[in-house]
Design a protein around this ligand. Structure first.
Ligand code: HEM
Length: 234
């Protein structure tokens, strides 16, 4: 009886979060939010090919969105906690789902462990690499802490500085490849979780869409370090 009362007393969002399907849905929705951000971010980065005025002007414009209703930079400060919440929900759900997966494996009873699939392993390592990359990236191009010569309000200059070092190129190229692999598998998983699959034709369309998204995002992001390395952007 006490158990039944406790169960009723637990609010719906908490019950949903505790369930495996709830965690998968939370991962899908938070992943799609981050994907939308990445598409916009990648397109914004291409401004670098139009020169310092365009790129720096674009960064300035981002800080004025919503004015005069919003104060300077408020839009950015509204987006930051939302994005951070998506990262945390995504990471925590991924960690908890992998703990459940390990706990559900019949170790001891059956001697051979069910192997972790290539895709699952890539997603776990890719996720960790991306989380570490985002910390480096913020220290590099937002706060400037690790940038060789950071100038506030001049992302064009800061980007050129980043990609003028071998380690800057190495870190970003590895991260961009991780982004591509993560999206290639993650987008399809998210779409299946949210019910977009169901037939061979739909599954094929999902595969093509996730491959295309991964390719376009990776190529778009990679074009910036390649642009600096080849002297197209300097
Ligand atoms: C070549 C690739 C990339 C370049 C050149 C680049 C460039 C930049 C620049 C210049 C900023 C600062 C913008 C400003 O303050 O106006 C920024 C911010 C940011 N970037 Fe990237 N980015 C790249 C890839 C990525 C990737 C792959 C991710 C995520 C996985 C990412 C996530 C972020 C985030 C979250 C911020 C906002 C930090 C904040 O709160 O200010 N970026 N990026």
């Amino acid at each position: 009886m006490a158990v039944a009362t406790d169960r009723r007393a637990t609010v719906v969002p908490v019950r949903v979060w505790r369930s495996t399907v709830g965690k998968k849905t939370a991962m899908a929705v938070s992943g799609l939010m981050m994907l939308l951000y990445l598409v916009l971010h990648m397109l914004g980065n291409l401004k670098v090919f139009f020169g310092p005025e365009d790129m720096n002007g674009y960064a300035h414009w981002l800080r004025t969105i919503g004015e005069p209703v919003l104060h300077h930079e408020w839009f950015l400060w509204i987006m930051r906690p939302l994005l951070l919440a998506a990262v945390i929900v995504h990471g925590v759900a991924a960690y908890q789902l992998s703990r459940r997966d390990i706990a559900a494996r019949p170790v001891g009873y059956v001697h051979r462990r069910r192997p972790v699939s290539y895709a699952t392993r890539t997603m776990r390592w890719g996720g960790i690499i991306l989380a570490l990359f985002v910390v480096w990236h913020v220290l590099d191009l937002t706060t400037g802490t690790v940038n060789p010569d950071f100038r506030s309000g001049e992302p064009y200059h800061n980007i050129v500085e980043t990609f003028s070092t071998w380690y800057g190129n190495a870190i970003y190229i590895v991260a961009m490849l991780a982004v591509g692999l993560h999206i290639r598998h993650g987008f399809r998983s998210a779409a299946l979780t949210l019910g977009a699959g169901g037939s061979a034709a739909r599954d094929r369309a999902l595969r093509v869409t996730s491959d295309a998204l991964a390719l376009v995002l990776t190529a778009g992001f990679l074009s910036v370090p390649i642009g600096v390395m080849t002297g197209l952007v300097d």
